[in-house]
Design a protein around this ligand. Structure first.
Ligand SMILES: Cc1cc2nc3c(=O)[nH]c(=O)nc-3n(C[C@H](O)[C@H](O)[C@H](O)COP(=O)(O)OP(=O)(O)OC[C@H]3O[C@@H](n4cnc5c(N)ncnc54)[C@H](O)[C@@H]3O)c2cc1C
Length: 411
């Protein structure tokens, strides 16, 4: 390999919602990081770019605090106080058996916060600007990564090169870095599309998130700051196409037929976005000097708002494993080190991905006996306090073998 233009301990391909937190975490542990993102940072934070709002679990919020991100999110975080899960049909409302998660049952803290992806990106970029060990190179795509025995060399679209001991692929579901490394995936399409839009409503939502399981797929109402909510409205893809093509009045009418009137008068505002839904799991997370993070390793159904939270767990674990190795003077790109990240995360990610897959199959239909069984199931879980509280702790991301950052501790 020829001499590089830049050198750092780590190069990260992709400065999105997992790449930037990973850079901040590694830098907290004393490593120098180059993050390369294909998108112009101004475009990635533009109001028209990504209309999604993410449910960020309590444990992930602790990591944001620890990484100096939360101070840039003041006024942009909507606490999730309660979650109500129910089965329903369009224009009929929810069934009488439902599941109610109330955060006060497990402590004083909310179950998490809802944050607009745009505001998350702005806050992460500001935190990165404050961190001298991180260099963000954007817009500039990584064209290829060459792997050598002692280092990697990333070649960028403008011809410049970055040399590092380790490369992290945080480049999303399509992950060109994963593909080029020959790592295969397994998975399937759901034949469903997630329609995302914002709704303004008359009465305050009090931080209550609702998940209605309708025959076409889950209809999630996620409270936002103010009298607003973000919808993740899942439909079979053909139905979604028809709904997306409706004029504003007809679209609002279809939306109200599902949303109901529990928050008074409501209307969609702003653009509509759509996301085709599929499951995609990488067979391996690591190769010598390469590790896959977040959607590059596992793309899941948004039914439980867990995709990014799983990715942020990857971030916390990968940073801990790599920083601890560096402190012991061990080569951070060695397969031994990276395999401990894979061992810690792959089973958890696969189990949760398949659980979300199962939930989606169980609820996205209108078959009488299945409907009866799942409604009874919701009612039973709602009556069993310890089980209800276990589900809440899962939603808050505080179950299992937590890495230091998710416990709110420094690296
Ligand atoms: C409808 C919907 C709702 C969701 N809601 C939630 C939720 O409530 N809670 C939750 O936890 N998760 C949620 N998710 C999942 C979440 O959005 C994803 O898990 C998350 O965005 C993944 O982050 P990432 O960093 O892996 O990928 P991305 O955010 O896709 O970032 C990838 C980055 O890589 C860059 N890139 C790609 N190729 C290159 C290259 N060659 N060179 C340089 N840069 C490159 C891109 O420009 C991009 O910035 C939802 C998903 C959907 C579809």
């Amino acid at each position: 390999m020829t001499k590089s233009d830049y050198k750092s301990d780590v190069v990260i391909v992709g400065g999105g919602l997992s790449g930037l937190p990973l850079a901040l975490a590694l830098a907290q542990g004393g490593l120098s990081v180059t993050v390369v993102d294909a998108l112009d940072p101004a475009r990635a934070t533009d109001a028209g770019f990504d209309g999604r709002v993410s449910a960020i679990a309590f444990a992930s919020c602790r990591m944001f605090e620890q990484l100096g991100v939360t101070k840039f999110l003041q006024g942009q975080m909507q606490p999730i106080n309660d979650i109500i899960v129910s089965d329903g049909r369009v224009r009929e409302g929810a069934s009488p058996l439902f599941l109610h998660f109330d955060h006060t049952e497990i402590g004083d803290e909310p179950l998490g916060n809802l944050i607009e992806n745009r505001h998350m990106r702005i806050a992460l970029q500001k935190a990165v600007e404050e961190q001298p060990l991180v260099r963000l190179v954007a817009p500039n795509a990584v064209k290829k990564v060459d792997y050598a025995a002692s280092h990697v060399m990333a070649v960028l679209a403008d011809g410049s090169t970055v040399e590092a001991k380790l490369c992290f692929a945080c480049d999303g579901r399509a992950s060109p870095t994963r593909v080029a490394a020959g790592i295969k995936t397994i998975g399937w399409n759901y034949g469903q599309t997630g329609i995302v839009t914002t709704v303004e409503h008359e009465r305050p939502h009090e931080g209550v998130a609702q998940e209605y399981f309708l025959p076409g797929g889950p209809f999630a109402i996620l409270p936002m700051v103010g009298n607003r909510a973000s919808l993740v409205w899942t439909e079979k893809t053909e139905a979604a196409k028809a709904i997306l093509a409706l004029d504003d009045e007809a679209f609002a009418e279809e939306m109200r037929a599902r949303f109901g009137d529990y928050l008074g008068a409501c209307r969609p505002v702003g653009p509509r976005w759509s996301y085709p839904l599929s499951l995609q799991l990488a067979r391996d997370y690591v190769r010598p000097r390469l590790a896959l993070i977040a959607d590059a390793a596992h793309g899941v159904h948004p039914i439980a708002g867990q995709g990014l939270n799983l990715g942020l767990r990857d971030v916390a674990v990968a940073a801990e494993v790599v920083v601890d190795a560096a402190r012991l003077g061990i080569d951070i790109g060695s397969l031994n080190v990276l395999e401990s990240y894979q061992r810690w995360r792959r089973f958890d990610n696969t189990a949760l991905s398949l659980m979300m897959d199962g939930l989606n199959r169980l609820f996205s239909n209108d078959i009488g006996p299945i409907r009866l069984a799942r409604d009874l199931g919701l009612g039973i879980v709602n009556e069993i306090g310890p089980l209800r509280r276990l589900f809440m702790r899962h939603a808050g991301g505080v179950v299992g073998d937590l890495p230091r950052l998710l416990k709110g501790e420094a690296l």
